[in-house]
Every structure is written in C-alpha cells, then in structure tokens.
Design a protein around this ligand. Structure first.
Ligand SMILES: [Zn+2]
Length: 485
C-alpha cells in the first residue's frame, strides 16, 4: 500500500477538519502485454474522479491511499490478494471515506467477496465510486441489490465467457502452469488445504515417462530418425498417453515442447519459467528441436538404408551421391564414373572418423561452437531476469516505455536463441558423446543409422576414379577424399 497526499498544500487546511480519505483499488490480472499497460489509463480515470471528489469535499484535505494487486485474478479463489485484504481491513476499521476503482469487478468477481466489501461499506457509511458506473448509493437497498446482481453477472461471465476463460488461462500461464491435460513426462499433484478443500495443483515429473522423453531427445541428437525412435518405443511396449502407438508425428510433438527444458512460451514469446520441472537441459532440448526442424527431416523417410555410405559419399566426377550396387557380385558404391568396393571403403572412412574423434585436439576443434553456445545461454538467462524485472516495474511505467522494453528484451531473446540453435546443434551433442580415447568402440556400438548421421555431421566424402589398369590396393587419401566440416 502506498499513501499519497496527492492534492498537497493546495487542498490542505489548517482548520483541524479531518481529512477525506479515499482508498483507490487497482487490480490488473490480464494479458501482461495487452492489458497491464492499461494501468496508466486506469490511473488517469481514477485521478479524474479524485479531482471531482476533492472539489466536492473542499476545503477538507484529501488523502489518497492506493491499494494495488497485480497479476491477481479476483476470480480464482486460491489466489491471495494481499492489498485487497489490507483494504478490507481498513474498511472494517472505518478508516476510509470513499472507495474508488475503475469498475466494480476490480474488487471481486465472486459474489461473496463483493458482498463482504459492500456490507462493510454500508455499515461504516463509506462511499463507493467507480469510473464505470459512477457513485453507488451504498445506503440504498435497491442500489445494493443492483450491485449484487452485477457481481453475480460478473461471476457468471468469469466462469463462462470465453474472454474470461482466456484470462484465467493466462493467469495460469503466468504462474508457469501447464493448462489442460498434463503433458507426457509429468503428472499432476493436487494440493489440498487443511480442511480438505482443493487449493490447486502443480505438476511433477512422472519418472518413467520423463526417462522416455530424455531418451527421445538424446537419440534424436545422436542422429536417430523419428521413425526409428517411434518404432523402438512401440517395440518396448511404451504407451503414449492416448493409449495409441507412437508415431514420428507424436515423437516430434514431444520433442518440440519448450516445457521439456522448463520454459514457458506463448505465441512464440518467452513468458518465464515453467512451474513443472525441466526434463532435459536447455541446450539438449534446443539441439533436438534444431534437428527435427532441419529440412531433411521434413520429408517422409524412405526405406531404412542398409549401407554406410550410400547417398552420403559423392562421385568426385559428377558430384552426385553414389548408390549401392553389386559390381560382378561384389558389393560396391557406384556411379557412372566410379566404383568403390563397399567393405574396404567403409573401414577406411570409419577409421578416419574415429581418428578424428580420438585426437586430443578434438575438443578445441569444436571449442568455438561450445563457447558460442555458452555465451548465448548466459545472455538468455540475463534477458530473462530483465524480463522479470520489467514485469515488476510494469505498473510504474508508461505504456510506451513498457512496450519498448518488452520488444527490446524479446528481440534480444530471439537473437540469443537463434545463436544458441546454430551453435548448440546436433554436431556438438554427437561429438560430446563420441570423442575421447575409446571413440572407436563407441562409434562401432552405434546403429547403422546413427553411424550414417555421424558421418553426415562430421565430413564430406568424395570418391575419385581409381587408377586405370592398376591393381586395386584399397582406399587411399587420393581415392577416398574426406573433408571434415
Ligand atoms: Zn559420377
């Protein structure tokens, strides 16, 4: 609560007449971007009323006491509105002469809350005035009845009007809660008061499902396809919530959720931390999102490849990817221009990849990207703090100032996110998983699909023409050209 002597000396008098105390109640609960900035508008309207009242009660001094609850829905019972309670206390103690607010529904959207205020005002002969609706004649039974009807209508529309429902959803979203069905990976815990009355809920990890989500994200980062992940989940008998089998589409939907990393987004803008605990690190989640958003993932996958380099290595002459074919019964990678035996070529490429990943300088090779990701993450965290601070200051700012800051922070968040997505891509996850002294064993343990993904991420391979007439001696640096990327 803040106490302001807004009229100052002009209205004060020395005659010992008691001042006229106006309690202003302001509440904003709505969309933080759209409606919270209405606070200056509310303030302007309320100031007009105060000026009118000051003229009316002159020469009594006017004291304005402001009670303000932000981000509170008067409809949701479990939300405690601290200054509302203070205001009711002051009213009960008969320390107020008038209540002023923008509208009756600022105080309460529950009939019983409004009845409480109205009865107190009646008993203490406190006047009530709204910007919308003017003075309410508290001493008139008919006016009080009308006011009760309005409260009942407000309560009804709170519960049923689509706009009101949207508002309460936003309030939930502001608290970081998932609206609607509990997503796969979490379970809902209902909170009860000592009397057994339901107070609300919060979401916690569902251990088995959380493990599945972590596994999906790890596998997609390691290069597995959505199809093979879905197939494996179904093979392991894991059920999606719906009771239906997993499909590439449902797996993708699970990956895309910002809540996996404990983040809450609305219409593409960051809104704060999710109430539910994160299942994976933000970096892993972003890497997975980048992977499944990559253009090559959008096409329907064809038959599962059976060979390490088909479609990956290209012909040095024409640039087209080579295909697997049997040349005189011998498995080979071929184009019209080149033909390389499959087995020795696979071994040669495998050894080159493993050598690269085993090198002691493997980490420095990727250090720039790692640094970039770390910087972007740090910046994101700072911007999120700034956004939180802006929300706290919102009511003290002009609409233009608030929006300018909001836009600046959001564009910073988008920029840092884009950098993080570029840097924290699947290559890093793969390298982190494979590199080290036993890179060979780790690489060999991968499925064919993941080996192919690793090769794609790490290098480009060109197959050159073999020397004419010479006996085939196996792949060399000249015939199988590997360029790391
Ligand atoms: Zn060719």
């Amino acid at each position: 609560m803040t106490q302001l002597d807004v009229r100052g000396a002009a209205l004060s008098n020395e005659s010992g007449v008691s001042p006229f105390v106006i309690a202003v109640y302001k509440r904003l609960s709505d969309d933080p971007k759209q409606l919270r900035v209405d606070m200056p508008e509310q303030t302007r309207r309320i100031n007009e009323i105060i000026e009118d009242v000051a003229r009316e009660v002159a020469p009594r001094e006017v004291i304005v006491r402001e009670f303000k609850d932000d981000d509170r829905s008067a409809f949701k019972r479990k939300v405690k509105r601290i200054e509302f309670d203070e205001l009711a206390g002051e009213l009960e103690a008969n320390r107020l002469d008038m209540l002023v607010s923008y509208d009756q529904d600022r105080y309460a959207r529950r009939v019983y809350s409004w009845s409480y205020i109205l009865e107190l005002a009646h008993e203490t002969e406190t006047r009530i005035r709204f910007y919308l609706g003017g003075e309410l004649n508290v001493q008139d039974a008919g006016a009080r009845m009308q006011s009760h009807f309005k409260a009942a209508t407000d309560e009804y529309s709170s519960a049923h009007n689509a706009e009101r429902i949207r508002e309460s959803l936003i309030t939930l979203a502001e608290e970081g809660k998932q609206v609607g069905r509990v997503p796969f990976g979490w379970k809902r815990v209902h909170d009860f008061g000592t009397s057994g009355r339901a107070l609300g809920y919060h979401d916690v990890k569902e251990p088995k499902e959380a493990r599945v989500v972590r596994d999906i994200i790890k596998r997609v980062n390691a290069g597995d396809s959505l199809t093979s992940i879905a197939r494996d989940l179904n093979k392991r008998g894991i059920n999606h919530r719906t009771g239906r089998a997993f499909t590439p589409v449902t797996v993708r939907q699970i990956i895309m959720r910002p809540m996996n990393a404990g983040l809450l987004y609305r219409k593409g803008e960051y809104f704060g931390a999710s109430q539910a605990p994160a299942l994976v690190s933000e970096r892993d989640w972003r890497a997975a999102v980048a992977k499944v958003s990559a253009p090559e993932r959008r096409v329907t996958p064809g038959p599962t490849p059976q060979h390490l380099l088909s479609g990956i290595a290209s012909c040095a002459v024409c640039g087209k990817p080579v295909r697997f074919k049997r040349a005189n019964g011998i498995p080979a990678y071929q184009c019209d221009h080149v033909s390389h035996k499959e087995a020795p070529t696979d071994v040669y490429v495998r050894d080159a990849i493993v050598a690269r990943l085993s090198m002691s300088d493997a980490a420095p090779i990727f250090a720039t990207e790692l640094d970039m990701a770390t910087d972007a993450l740090a910046e994101l965290s700072e911007l999120r703090d700034e956004l939180r601070a802006l929300e706290d200051r919102a009511t003290k700012m002009t609409q233009a100032g608030y929006e300018r800051n909001w836009d600046r922070i959001q564009s910073g968040i988008k920029d840092a996110t884009a950098r993080l997505e570029r840097a924290g891509d699947a290559k890093l996850a793969l390298v982190a998983e494979l590199y080290g002294e036993d890179a060979g064993a780790r690489f060999d343990a991968l499925s064919l699909e993941r080996k192919r993904a690793a090769i794609r991420l790490l290098c480009k391979i060109k197959l050159h023409k073999l020397g004419k007439g010479n006996r085939y001696v196996g792949p060399t640096a000249e015939t199988v050209e590997i360029v790391f990327i």
